[in-house]
Design a protein around this ligand. Sequence first.
Ligand code: ATP
Ligand code: MG
Length: 439
Amino acid sequence: MDTAADPGDSCALLASLVERLDVGIFAVDRSGTVALWNSFMAIHSGKSSTDMLGQNLFAMFPELPRPWLEKKLESVFVLGNNAFTLWDLRPYLFRFANNRPITGGLAEMRQNVTFLPLRLSGGEVSLVCGTLFDYTDTAIAQDKLHDAIAALHREKDAQAQLIAKLETAQNQLLQSEKMASIGQLAAGVAHEINNPVGFVNSNLQTLKKYCQQMLQLITVYQGAETHIADVELRREISALTQAMDVDFVQEDLPELIKESEDGLVRIKKIVADLKDFSHVDQTDWQYADLNAGLDATLNVVWNEVKYKATVAKNYGVLPPVECLAAQLNQVFMNLIINAVQALDESKGMGTITLSTGHQDDWVWVEVQDNGLGMSEETRKRLFEPFFTTKPVGKGTGLGMSVSYNIVQKHHGRIEVDSVPGEGTRFRVWVPVKQALTVD
Ligand SMILES: Nc1ncnc2c1ncn2[C@@H]1O[C@H](COP(=O)(O)OP(=O)(O)OP(=O)(O)O)[C@@H](O)[C@H]1O
Ligand SMILES: [Mg+2]
């Protein structure tokens, strides 16, 4: 370029550049009269520079945010500093159509506008020049970015849900593996214990008979003692009698045997529970009256109940239910015994309410007590095998896990409601009919 060019030429060059730049350029004076309007503005507004020059900007574009823009322009006139408006805060100043509406998806052109003070005659700002940049592409890209980020978030949420599901499935798997191996262990233990328990029980009965006979014999001998003439022999007998504390042994022996018998009964109950727990005895499916089953069960445990609670019954009319009746009875028994054991003896007789009902294809049996209730921790672990809060010898912690398995086998469920200090309500739901494939 010729450095010594005519200043008139360079002005013309500048004017043609301003005219042809792909940026909107316009200028207004303090009254809002348009002094410059380049072709970008003309093309996008549909108003030529001839239309615009000398006209009031706000009169020509009534849609402009007038109070805001007047304030903005005024601040540039007064302070002489640049001012801006950005598309992400104010999408557009002029309502220009997006020039790529088909690919873009945005109807209006997004605009960044910078307002520059122009000092044509020395110090005072006589014009404010607006330069308007088209940011539509950036806005579209940002929208796409937002969409992509949102999709990523959705995907991340879905993954988190999937991971949670996997964790649950894994826990269930672990739980069922644990249950299966506990089941096998239980079946093995039950089997092993059964034999020795059998012969200990039979020996104990014989021992009991022998003891009774021996005690009878001793009593007869004691009666005959005064008839022994040999003083030395009598002294020897008396010394031995005292050393052995025969009177006490005579009293204690039957009690020891009775306690051993009770112990055996307890072992048998544990073995029975273990067997049920591992489902080794499976009986036939049959249609049974659960109200009758509940009554029969209550009879079996009546001895445990009668001194501790009054029993209220609230039975509904039930259809015959396809079930393993003996096993459901065991569930009822576990629930009733638990209810009795939960009663607060310091409050006198408790109340146990047995209710039954029928709803659609289901029946329910409910055992409610007004005992001590359960803590949150106990409620959570209730169905765990071997979980008990009872003293050693009173609970094995198998009752509820056995019951849970039995109800599962019936494709039913157990609901629990418990309030510490107020009591507990168990409701067992079982379907009236089993599906065709009963496992
Ligand atoms: N009705 C109830 N009220 C309060 N707590 C209960 C009740 N039923 C069960 N529980 C709690 O749940 C625990 C587990 O019950 P579960 O019947 O499985 O075992 P257990 O009664 O302790 O022993 P087992 O039944 O084997 O003799 C109990 O130890 C007790 O803490
Ligand atoms: Mg129990």
